[in-house]
Design a protein around this ligand. Structure first.
Ligand SMILES: Cc1cc2nc3c(=O)[nH]c(=O)nc-3n(C[C@H](O)[C@H](O)[C@H](O)COP(=O)(O)OP(=O)(O)OC[C@H]3O[C@@H](n4cnc5c(N)ncnc54)[C@H](O)[C@@H]3O)c2cc1C
Length: 332
């Protein structure tokens, strides 16, 4: 027995999930957003590259979005986690599509006509002492998000993968003092030529610790021979692991992403291979920006509403043909 029935359940209330909820709330849909409140950028004091909100707290953006959503009486944003999701295939005969069943970590069970997964990614950092404490503070992912604040400073780039050369060259646009820590990285001849030509030194000794002052501000790195180098900010490309356990359990098809890794395959509006299931934001796409996630959520919200409208039109046409249609009263 299901306790609650919704038009749409959204897993994740970050930029993608809340944008979708806004579109659906404005379409008079009954929407449950379940959010574990661990957005990817929660470590950052300020976010950048987001017009109208540059250099503001990313958590304030989401708090403001939740206040805006309170205007729409069909939308409920609940703190918690979705523990499981499944398709109720027995309920496929209605013409509305299969019902999606969801169980929350508080044990409550919910059913919905459509499901949107906007659960983001986990950043897995290299195992270096002191690095996790600096994430979002002195160690960063994205030159567009945090580069300008460190222009002309001493920048270190920890080469962890293909994205690291891109980070180094983007940061060279902002500072003449960029150094790449390359131990263990597979650099191509073109990578090396590009670094040499732009006066970016390569450090082959391994970074074993990130150093900070008494206030916790990043000051440098310690190398495996004990030597210490001064650095004002570090750029690191972590492994980005999509939080897609629910999508995997539902059997959503995955595909290699051009930026590396495998992500759930979606069409341009966020539709997955599983009927009734959409996905948006970082969980489908490692490109790390709030505007991208907002746009994906906005598109998915509109597409889900259009899909529901199409099902409702088909049901009304069938009922009209059968002579069983009750006259609709348009909501005023
Ligand atoms: C350190 C750092 C700094 C950044 N700075 C910037 C910046 O300045 N500008 C910028 O544009 N981008 C920035 N980004 C990128 C930005 O964080 C992401 O683009 C954005 O958060 C993606 O939004 P999303 O909604 O897809 O995922 P998220 O914001 O990560 O939201 C996903 C939500 O889903 C929840 N969730 C996950 N699983 C479940 C579940 N089973 N049940 C319920 N809820 C669940 C999570 O707790 C989370 O609240 C930064 C990233 C990092 C790591």
């Amino acid at each position: 027995m299901q306790q609650n029935s919704w038009d749409v359940i959204i897993v994740g209330g970050g930029s993608a999930g809340l944008s979708a909820a806004l579109m659906l709330g404005r379409s008079r849909r009954r929407v449950l957003v379940v959010d574990a409140r661990r957005p990817r950028n929660r470590f950052a004091g300020h976010m950048h590259g987001v017009i109208g909100r540059d250099h503001t707290s990313p958590l304030d953006l989401l708090a403001d979005a939740r206040v805006e959503l309170a205007r729409y009486d069909g939308v409920e944003v609940r703190e918690g986690a979705v523990a499981a999701a499944s398709v109720d295939r027995d309920d496929d005969a209605t013409g509305d599509g299969p019902r999606l069943l969801v169980e929350l970590d508080d044990g409550t069970r919910h059913a919905a006509r459509r499901l949107l997964v906007a659960s983001g990614v986990q950043d897995v950092l290299p195992d270096i002492a002191g690095l996790a404490e600096q994430w979002g503070r002195g160690a960063f992912l994205c030159p567009y998000c945090d580069g300008w604040e460190h222009r002309d400073r001493r920048i270190g780039v920890l080469a962890t993968g293909a994205g690291s050369m891109h980070q180094a060259q983007l940061m060279r646009q902002l500072s003449a003092h960029v150094r790449v820590f390359a131990e263990g990285a597979q650099l191509t001849a073109a990578d090396r030529a590009g670094l040499l030509a732009r006066d970016i030194p390569l450090e082959q000794r391994r970074v074993v610790a990130i150093l900070a002052d008494a206030d916790g501000r990043l000051t440098g790195v310690r190398l495996d021979d004990g030597d210490e180098l001064d650095v004002d900010a570090l750029f690191v490309a972590p492994e980005q692991v999509p939080d897609d356990g629910l999508l995997r359990a539902l059997g959503a098809v995955r595909a290699p992403h051009p930026m590396g890794g495998e992500f759930t395959a979606v069409d341009p509006m966020g539709r997955t291979s599983v009927p009734g299931v959409w996905a948006a934001g970082n969980v489908t796409d490692p490109r790390s920006s709030v505007p991208f996630a907002m746009a994906a959520g906005n598109a998915a919200g509109a597409a889900i509403n259009a899909d529901l409208v199409a099902a409702e039109v088909a049901a009304a046409v069938a009922a009209t043909a059968a002579g069983t249609r009750r006259s609709a009263t348009a909501p005023v």
